[in-house]
Design a protein around this ligand. Structure first.
Ligand code: SAH
Length: 481
């Protein structure tokens, strides 16, 4: 059943069954003609009749913003035998309710923010992308969430309380995310500004590359036009970027059952710039490249890796040269390897920009490492930063074998005293799994590894402690003896 929750200021005694003035009134409207379409923030007066609570309201309702389809509100003939009262403002706590099974409820009670579709008991009549209240099977309200009608992640919790005004909350959270970065991010003009769940804004990722912002919208709820506009205005007002571009992941839009959409400029005209991380400069083309253009989560690991760089260095899975460019000032020679030619072309331009002479090799890293290790090549510093091998739990064993092969070969190639910087960005592989794999590779290669740094993603990618999925990057620095 569709319903609206209205805050009310009674101007007359309340109808029977409604006890307190500060309890939200639940209207379960049925009836004939739907109310006229209402835009967010628009005031209108309407007579509402809710059979289930026997409430008749001669109401002035401020919808801010309009709850999903306004057809949910329906008018009925005014029954003058009931007292009337004025509803001064409509809060927008979830007008829709989704009931979750005990497993989903206990996940939420344990601080997780996702409820999977298989744990949904009922979401009848809930439009895609709605803000909903989440209840367990006994009717206990667990909080508010954004609903997706198609993703396996059906609910993303956004608050433990009712949310009166989602757009206001969005503004507040965006402002808080920006303020956090302003306080803690140093030595860079490129960093993640909004990191989805970890900034309490599930479905929104915003990265800053100097004067260009790159936005990703990942859910039905955040794809809504009013959400986009609110976000854009908050970002513009606070950060004054030259432009804002949107990056599209077609697979995500498909999973969310959203219509296809092209990447492109949302604001301004500028699509390329140069950004600086730890004093190293990078070309940025907002509409090209993987992720939103760079692997910002590695920013602090670049600086850490540079401290251990010496002699001859090999950056495997180098992309546009993030590690290689940081290793260069401390190395006698740097080689970067990647299978992507477009990435290597940018890497080469980046090397020129920073006046470094780096050799870039287009190759399958597995084949190249096998050849190099077998051929007796030796290095003093090796970085391994492969793509996520384990996209799902099922890939775990195969992924660990892949990591082990890479690390084993790298260990064989490192000279005594050499530095290994080895990463994994698969969240299905825990830090413990990764270290166990590495210990196995050390044993098999007859090398002793001293672990000197156990690192993760940069601090502009914070981790929600009770949402393990937000901790995905592992970066281990070890010295080989
Ligand atoms: N270290 C990079 C990020 C690496 S992302 C940085 O800090 O910017 C992973 C990279 O691996 C991508 O650039 C991708 O093109 C490359 N890649 C994927 N599979 C590969 C393979 N089999 N051999 C070589 N490179 C590969």
């Amino acid at each position: 059943m569709q319903h609206q929750i209205l805050n009310k200021i009674p101007t007359a005694p309340l109808p029977a069954g409604i006890s307190s003035a500060d309890t939200p009134v639940f209207l379960f409207p049925f009836g004939a003609a739907p109310l006229p379409q209402v835009e967010p923030g628009q005031d209108f007066t309407a007579n509402l009749h809710s059979i289930s609570l026997e409430v008749i309201a001669n109401a002035k309702i401020e919808l801010s913003p309009a709850p999903a389809p306004v057809g949910a509100l329906r008018r009925r003939a005014l029954n003058s035998s009931h007292p009337q009262f004025k509803i001064a403002a409509m809060t927008r706590p979830p007008g829709y309710r989704v009931t979750v099974a005990p497993r989903g409820a206990s996940r939420v009670k344990n601080g997780h923010v996702w409820v999977y579709r298989s744990d949904i008991v009922s979401a009848d009549g809930v439009p895609p992308g709605s803000l909903v209240s989440v209840a367990d099977c006994r009717g206990q309200i667990l909080g508010s969430a954004l609903y997706s009608s198609s993703s396996q992640i059906a609910l993303r919790m956004i608050a433990q309380q009712p949310v009166a005004d989602f757009l206001k909350l969005l503004r507040q959270r965006a402002a808080a995310a920006i303020a956090y970065r302003e306080a803690i991010v140093r030595n860079t003009d490129a960093y993640r500004i909004i990191f989805s769940e970890a900034d309490f804004l599930p479905g929104v990722i915003v990265d800053r590359y100097n004067d260009i912002l790159s936005l990703q919208v990942l859910t039905q709820a955040t794809d809504a036009e009013n959400v986009r506009q609110t976000l854009l205005s908050e970002l513009s007002d606070r950060l004054h970027p030259a432009s804002i571009v949107e990056r599209i992941d077609p697979r995500v839009r498909q999973l969310e059952d959203l219509p296809p959409r092209d990447a492109g400029l949302l604001q301004g005209e500028k699509t390329s710039t140069i950004f600086t991380i730890n004093g190293v400069q990078f070309h940025f083309d907002a509409l090209e490249g993987q992720k939103t253009g760079a692997f910002l989560d590695q920013r602090e690991n670049y600086a850490a890796a540079a401290q251990y760089a010496h002699g001859e260095a090999l950056d495997v899975f180098c992309y546009q040269g993030g590690f290689a460019l940081h290793l260069a000032p401390r190395s006698t020679r740097v080689v970067g390897v990647d299978s992507s030619r477009p990435a290597l072309e940018v890497a080469d331009r980046n090397a020129a920009l920073n006046h470094h002479d780096i050799e870039w090799i287009e190759a399958n890293a597995f084949d190249l490492l096998k050849d190099y290790a077998g051929g007796g090549k030796r290095y003093d510093t090796i970085v391994l930063d492969p793509p996520a091998f384990a996209k799902t739990k099922r890939d775990l064993d195969a992924a660990l074998r892949g990591y082990k092969e890479l690390n084993l070969r790298a260990l064989k190639m490192l000279r005594p005293g050499g530095s290994l910087i080895t990463c994994s960005c698969s969240y299905h592989i825990s830090q413990a799994d990764f270290l166990e794999m590495l210990a196995g590779a050390a044993l098999d290669s007859h090398r002793t590894l001293r672990l000197v740094e156990l690192r993760g993603q940069a601090r502009d990618h914070p981790i929600l402690l009770n949402v393990p999925e937000t901790a995905y990057l592992k970066c281990v620095i070890a010295i080989v003896s």
